[in-house]
Structure formats: structure tokens, C-alpha cells
Design a binder for this molecule. Structure first.
Ligand code: 5AD
Ligand code: SF4
Length: 439
């Protein structure tokens, strides 16, 4: 038996890529090892969107170096976005002599070949962008939820972001291939599908055939599918007509992730986002009007170069007005090669930190109030399994993607009615109700 272990950093796209790597390895006779010590092959699937993600990878490599001394036959490989940055693969090969192979998102489909080659010598296999999206086997982590990639790459070039440089041009997958993958998932007992892309709303723009709204309509009609989600959407590319169209799609969940990034028009322009705070708030208002109970979540960057107290106050103002169910908040992290990294007015770390702490504490209060409004309500929960913290309880998610901890028992993948009894800012707690009460 040959054992592999994958370590994944970063976004859902990387999670999905790791599921594909696992799929390829298992087709080639490898089996998943539950821990690092058991593994004969360890692969790090890296992220480079912020410096913190890179630091984590470097920290892990320190630990792997020791493992390799104890077990010289161990193969260690690094893939993912960080390796796709200019000359980074080459640098890593020199800096970490115990690493056997390096590859990138555009050579991932050759993983088995690369592993094989690395048994006889070190391998560096990085390629420039490519314009086909090979269909790969997928070993899904979840039996009921599937990530389904619909478009690769990003051409938005937000001035802070490294993604367009490492993930390349936008290439949409053919509609029928996506629908086949969704059908296959449902036939295997799947309940939920999350359509994935750096900017899903750009779907079809490259091929000019079918657009995102049409893809959603088709997916929504796949028999047996219970829940349909998508991420990430660019607010600039989210027309009000699309919101209207979502109302007619019963499987589409009442949750939209719409990264605003900043609330100051001056900063939004410097970020190259292509919308104003007014455009964004209008979209939020329209969603709230058309989709009652919708949960809107966002990403916010604090401390973009040149951000003043007044710009930050504008961000806080949007946070107060939009009332996000939750927000991912980040300190701006300069990324080499992006325009913003070269801007002269970098904000000192202490100011960034202070602003982030303030934003987080205010958002936590809003998230808490959002959750409190659900107390006493009945929610449909898709059961994910026993709770990680306390196996006497179960964990699942509402259609609005809020995590719920509830008294069981309940079968993984089942849809159950749960009455919400209490909450904190991030989690709802509740009691399982009899199914008949739900019908
Ligand atoms: N610094 C901080 N946050 C960033 N993001 C992207 N690039 C950076 C950066 N350089 C954030 C954005 C994006 C999320 C995935 O990561 O908010 O939506
Ligand atoms: Fe990065 Fe902007 Fe593309 Fe999102 S839309 S991946 S933030 S460049």
C-alpha cells in the first residue's frame, strides 16, 4: 500500500484542486493517509493571496524537513498558486533541498507522471497559462456537497490581487460538461452543489455562448438537486435582472457572497473594482426586497495603500447599512507584482491592525443581531455529521449557510427541520423537530 497526505491552503478553488489531486492519485493506486507520519507522499497545495498563507507553508516545510530525515524515502511535493509566481518554484527548489517536486495549477493534471519522475530526480514542472480545462477525476471530501468549477482564472486585475497572475485567463467550462457533473453528483446521493469560480458572473464571457444566468437556470432544473450555491460573485457583474431571475429558481439558496472590499469610492477606484458604494448598496437593497431573509456575506480589506481615517469611516458606514450576516476581513497584504504593492502610501501595520479590530468587533455585533433574529424560527438544515466539538451534537447548515449545532440523531446528508433556540455571533443552536412538523 502507498499512502498520500494532502495539505491544502487557501480558497475553495484550492480545496477542489486537492480533491482532484486525490482523485488522480487514487486512480493510480495511492490511498489517503489520515496523518503525516503514515504518509509516503506529502503534497502541499499552496495559496499566495496574502503573506500569511505563504508563511504557513514555510512553517510547515520546517516540520516536513524533520519527517524526511526520519523517513528518507518520503516524497514531498509542492503545488498550487504560490508556485506559479514568477521564479518561486525555482527558488523553492534551491531553498528546500528536501523537496522532491514542484508543480503549479497549470500542470496539476500531470501529477501522477510528476510523482513518478520524482522517484529518480527532482522535478520542477511549471507552465504558463493554458486555455483548456482538463476534466479530472475527483475524490470529494463530502458525499452530499460538491464543488463544481465553472470558470477558471480571473481577468479583473483588482490592483491588490495576485490571482490573475497565477490563475491566468478566464476559461469557461462547456455547459453540458457542468450539467453532467451536477447530475452525476445527484445520482450518487448528492444534495448540494456550489458552482465555483474566481468570478462566476463572468461565466461564458470568453466563449460567448451561454451566460451565467442561463447556466444557473439549467442547473436549478437538475432533478433531485436540493440546494444550489455559487461563489464568488463580483458586485460589478451582478445586474439587478440576475437577482430577479434568482427569485424564480427554487434551488438557489438565499445566500449571496458579494465581496465589497472597501466602502470608500476613492479606494474602490484605486482598487480597480468598477463599482461605487452607491451601486453596491443599491444591489443589497434590491436583494433584500426581492429575496426576503437573504443572507449577504462579504470580504473587506483594511489598510489598502492611501486609506485614510475618512476612507475607513466610509467602509464602516457601508458595514452599518448593508448589515452583512458575516464578513471575512483582511489586513491588506502587499503582493509582489501587483500595482498596489508599488503604491507609495502604504498604511502602517499598527493603524491597519486598529482598524481591523474595530471592524471585526462591530461586524461581530451585527452578526450576533442577525443570528438573534432567527431564535424561535424553524430552519431547514442540511446535516453535515456529528459536531467536531461535542459528538453528542450534530452540525448542519441552513439554506442561508449559517452553521447550526443541534441535538440529534440525524443522518449525514439529510435535510431536517431544526428549531433555533440560541446563538452566538457565528453559530446557531437548536433542536431537531419531528419531520412531520416540517411538512
Ligand atoms: N491583501 C489582503 N486581502 C486580499 N484579498 C485578495 N488580495 C488581497 C491582498 N493583497 C482578499 C480579498 C478577496 C479575498 C479572497 O482575499 O478580500 O476577496
Ligand atoms: Fe482577485 Fe479581483 Fe479577480 Fe477577485 S475579482 S480574484 S479580488 S482580481
Amino acid at each position: 500500500m502507498k499512502w498520500y497526505h494532502l495539505l491544502t491552503y487557501g480558497c475553495q478553488m484550492n480545496e477542489l484542486d486537492s480533491e482532484k489531486m486525490a482523485g488522480m492519485l487514487e486512480e493510480n493506486g495511492w490511498e489517503k493517509a489520515e496523518n503525516l507520519e503514515k504518509a509516503d507522499l506529502i503534497i502541499l497545495n499552496t495559496c499566495c493571496v496574502r503573506a500569511k498563507a505563504e508563511d504557513k507553508v514555510k512553517g510547515k516545510l520546517g516540520q516536513l524537513k524533520k519527517l524526511k530525515i526520519e523517513k528518507p524515502d518520503l516524497l514531498i511535493g509542492i503545488g498550487g498558486c504560490m508556485m506559479q509566481q514568477e521564479n518561486v518554484g525555482q527558488k523553492f527548489l534551491q531553498q528546500f533541498p528536501f523537496v522532491d517536486f514542484i508543480f503549479g495549477p497549470h500542470t496539476m493534471d500531470r501529477l501522477n507522471e510528476i510523482v513518478e519522475k520524482s522517484c529518480t530526480g527532482r522535478v520542477l514542472e511549471i507552465e504558463a497559462d493554458r486555455f483548456d480545462v482538463p476534466r479530472l477525476p475527483i475524490k470529494r471530501e463530502s458525499s452530499f456537497r460538491a464543488w463544481v468549477s465553472i470558470i477558471k482564472g480571473c481577468e479583473n486585475f483588482c490592483s491588490y490581487c495576485i490571482v490573475p497572475y497565477v490563475r491566468g485567463r478566464e476559461v469557461s467550462r462547456p455547459l453540458e460538461e457542468i450539467i453532467d457533473e451536477v447530475k452525476e453528483h445527484v445520482e450518487n446521493g448528492g444534495k448540494e452543489v456550489v458552482l465555483l469560480g474566481q468570478n462566476v458572473n463572468a461565466y461564458g464571457r470568453d466563449s460567448g455562448r451561454v451566460d451565467f444566468a442561463r447556466l444557473l437556470e439549467r442547473t436549478d432544473r437538475v432533478p433531485g438537486l436540493e440546494r444550489l450555491r455559487f461563489m464568488t460573485s463580483h458586485p460589478r457583474d451582478f445586474p439587478l435582472e440576475l437577482v430577479q431571475a434568482l427569485v424564480e429558481m427554487p434551488r438557489v439558496c438565499e445566500h449571496l457572497h458579494l465581496p465589497i472590499q472597501a466602502g470608500s469610492n476613492r479606494i474602490l477606484q484605486k482598487m480597480n473594482r468598477g463599482y461605487t458604494r452607491e451601486d453596491y448598496l443599491k444591489l443589497v437593497e434590491f436583494i433584500r426586497e426581492k429575496i426576503p431573509g437573504a443572507s449577504i456575506t462579504t470580504d473587506i480589506i483594511v489598510g489598502f495603500p492611501g486609506e485614510t481615517d475618512s476612507d475607513f469611516a466610509d467602509t464602516m458606514d457601508v458595514v452599518e447599512k448593508a448589515r452583512f450576516a458575516s464578513a471575512f476581513t483582511f489586513l491588506y497584504s502587499p503582493r509582489e507584482g501587483t500595482p498596489a504593492a508599488r503604491y507609495s502610501e502604504q498604511v502602517p501595520h499598527s493603524i491597519k491592525r486598529k482598524r481591523l479590530d474595530y471592524l471585526m468587533s462591530r461586524q461581530n455585533q451585527i452578526s450576533l443581531e442577525y443570528n438573534q433574529a432567527l431564535i424561535g424560527k424553524m430552519e431547514e438544515v442540511l446535516v453535515e455529521g456529528p459536531s467536531k466539538k461535542d459528538s453528542e451534537f450534530y452540525m448542519g447548515r441552513t439554506r442561508t449557510n449559517r452553521p447550526v449545532i443541534f441535538s440529534g440523531p440525524a443522518e449525514k446528508g439529510a435535510l431536517k427541520p431544526v428549531k433555533i433556540t440560541s446563538c452566538n455571533a457565528h453559530t446557531l443552536y437548536g433542536d431537531l423537530q419531528e419531520d412531520s412538523a416540517h411538512e
